[in-house]
Write a protein that binds this ligand. Structure first.
Ligand code: BES
Ligand code: MN
Ligand code: ZN
Length: 482
């Protein structure tokens, strides 16, 4: 999608749809008043009224987009309104969309962001789609009070949108295409943006003693990988970095503790945490963030196989702690155990945030609008929650009760990899906590938020969300740069 900012009075090109953001109680005259009177349109949030060849307007088509009450309208509401306007005309056959609004710079740039995010589409594998079903809008003009200022302000936001798109692409790819080495290769390509990327294979991980991560990938013919992405944007390259760690299970069959067939295809999304970390690093590099940041992705495939790990196996993690495997479908925590330990051991970061589609239990607890946030550090938790609020990504603090650790006590090893059904997301987080040492750490369980099928949010198309890229980027920008 091409984005352009234009002055309010700029001539409307031919074949343009105008989306006009309006509020409840607005007054209309002439043909518009007639059209509104003939409909149920009140200007309420999410409403649209599509008017073809409107009299007295230069647009080929005019969509009124309701934005609710004017005094509650803000930048986040502008994103949704603009994306709703886009959705209303995307397959209209018209090539250009113009977003009209009465707001300032912030409203203009966020409207642009909303269209960027809402117009994302993954269509690599469609070969027979009829032309009249494809989106026709290729360019969006957004009215702005000061065109140059809008362009400047939008540049870093556009970098974040690129990061979100990168995550969505990775998450949308099918598991036969995006296996660990392919994921690693796509991340390696980010070196063109100024990131440094190291890829560790099974031999290197064996030397490091990553017995937990390697066990998960043991049943797959695809080689497990650990991707280490480094962004040195701080004035001092040696300044202590911040770090992000992602669960990258490119496909999760459950392994020997195999999952039921229904919806198993969803488990191509089980690399969503790694996808978000990769998209975040893309965003930080794209906007040249003034921070040193490390992204670590644990990339594996969890398969049943003659060589697969078994329930009952005892694994030795890189930390030296041993784990009795109760269920091979609780594999994400095994991958993260070694990735987190490696991260704090090698980089001594200010903090680590891990993201993982870790448990079905967090979906039971919080549904699909909130990710679970666990933290051993109050400041980090507060920063994450504030950033999530500012970016409209749902995040809810969850507890790490010491007493629940007894659910993962093992009779023969240091811990078990599952703690039973009660508090399943919590015991998974408590497991991870054993691998972070004294480093400030937070864990975001994004099993419910990594994808939406279908989506009812205008800025999120059906499928991969790219959850977390925005909130983490915001937290970095507000708290850890400069
Ligand atoms: N990848 C799944 C979690 C998941 C489930 C994500 C549904 C998204 C939707 C994870 O590896 C898993 O299988 N977890 C098990 C853990 C259990 C065996 C302790 C679960 O949640 O059932
Ligand atoms: Mn699993
Ligand atoms: Zn999994």
């Amino acid at each position: 999608m091409d984005i352009e900012f234009v002055a309010a009075g700029a001539a409307v090109p031919a074949k343009t749809a105008v989306a006009r953001i309006v509020f409840e109680g607005a007054a209309y005259d002439g043909a518009l008043a007639q059209a509104v009177a003939a409909s149920r349109f009140t200007g309420g949030k999410g409403q649209t009224l599509d008017i073809l060849a409107p009299q007295g307007e230069s647009a080929a088509r005019l969509v009124l987009v309701g934005a609710g009450k004017q005094d509650a309208f803000d930048a986040l509401a502008a994103e949704q309104a603009a994306a709703t306007g886009y959705a209303a005309v995307k397959t209209s056959g018209l090539a250009t969309l113009r977003i009209e609004h009465a707001g300032g710079l912030d409203i203009a740039t966020h409207a642009a962001l909303g269209v960027r995010l809402g117009s994302y589409r993954f269509d690599r594998y469609r070969t027979t789609e009829k032309a009249d079903r494809k989106p026709s809008i290729t360019k969006t003009q957004i009215v702005a009070p000061d065109v140059d200022a809008a362009l400047d302000a939008f540049a870093p936001m556009s970098a974040v949108a690129d990061g979100v798109s990168f995550t969505r692409d990775l998450v949308s790819e099918p598991p036969n295409v995006l296996y660990p080495a392919e994921f690693a290769a796509r991340v390696k390509n980010l070196e063109a943006m100024g990131l440094e990327v190291e890829i560790l294979g099974e031999t290197e991980m064996m030397k490091l003693g990553m017995g937990a991560l390697l066990a998960v990938g043991q049943g797959s013919i695809r080689e497990s990988q650990l991707a280490v992405i480094k962004w040195y944007g701080a004035a001092d390259r040696t300044a202590q970095p911040i770090a992000f760690v992602g669960k990258g299970v490119c496909f999760d069959t459950g392994g020997i503790s195999i999952k039921p067939a229904e919806n198993m295809d969803d488990m191509k999304w089980d690399m969503g945490g790694a996808g978000t970390v990769a998209g975040l690093m893309h965003a930080l590099a794209g906007r040249k963030a003034k921070v040193n940041a490390i992204g670590i992705l644990g990339l594996v495939e969890n398969m049943p196989d003659a060589n697969a790990y078994r329930p009952g196996d005892v694994l030795t993690s890189m930390s030296g702690q041993t784990i009795e495997v109760i269920n091979t479908d609780a594999e994400g925590r095994l991958v993260l155990a070694d990735a987190l330990w490696y991260c704090q051991d090698r980089f001594k970061p200010k903090f680590m945030v891990d993201l993982a589609t870790l448990t079905g239990a967090v979906i039971i607890a919080l549904g699909n609008d909130y990710a679970g946030c666990y933290a051993n550090n109050e400041e980090l938790a507060a920063n994450l929650l504030a950033a999530a609020k500012a970016e409209d990504e749902g995040l809810w603090r969850m507890p790490l009760p010491e007493a629940y650790n007894k659910q993962i006590d093992s009779m023969i090893a240091d811990m078990k990899n599952t703690g039973g059904r009660p508090g399943g997301s919590i015991t998974a987080a408590l497991f991870l906590q054993k691998y972070v040492g004294s480093t400030p750490w937070a864990h975001l369980d994004i099993a419910g938020t990594a994808w939406r099928k279908p989506s009812s949010v205008a800025t999120i198309p059906d499928g991969a969300v790219g959850f977390g890229v925005r909130l983490l980027n915001r937290m970095v920008a507000d708290k850890y740069e400069g």
